[in-house]
Design a protein around this ligand. Sequence first.
Ligand code: ZN
Length: 249
Amino acid sequence: MDWSFPPHHTGRCIVSPSSFLYAVLALLFLASCGKEKQEVVSTPTSYDASIPTEAEQEAFWTELVKPIVIDELAASQYHIPEIRDRYAFLSTITNAHHRLQICAVFAFHPKSRDIIAGNRMSSDAAILEVYVPKLMKLWDGLRLAGETRWREQFELTVVVSVMHELDHLVDPQTGLYDDGSLETLVAKEKSAWAKTCEFTIAPLVEIYHLPLSPIIRFYYEGWVNTGRDEESKAWHEFIRKSHAPLREK
Ligand SMILES: [Zn+2]
């Protein structure tokens, strides 16, 4: 396991669009402060501003996302055994071919502000990207929706999003040449979401009865309602409809 910004990281998590500010920069800053860093960052309560500042994003990542993604999932410490095992399985396959890096991105995805995470390959690494501003919006949205277990909804959305990108990284469909068409996107997504629904979301719901956020519930119910069959026409249509907006721009 190699995530993108250990304290002595020197910039492996580099992004091609120069407008992106990556966590590596913030972490390099933190690393430069070393153990002298005394600043206490209070738990964020609201991220309603349309574009959070870099400092807000950094605080949010450090306090509310990194503990889940890096300190628990990637450290094989996640408290739900099925998720811990699934992460180990997927990350081992990924690392067998490409060094896995997890990057916090301090910018929205350029194609859609609704994208929580993504993946891409560099010459020597499989890169899993987490879009921090989107997670901040999600945090606010779930909090304001007022469900009592909204913090669990948030955590599980982060977990499912990371696992979904790992499903992509090990999926043969990921190697499909992306010609920009909706059908290519559907081929990739229906394959990856089938695995995410069956091996990550289903245990959360069916064994532990945990609360899902609306977006994760949407995929899980789509999977169940179409018969849990990756090759079915109904699942294909479900994924095509849900992903069409991404290719209509
Ligand atoms: Zn996907």
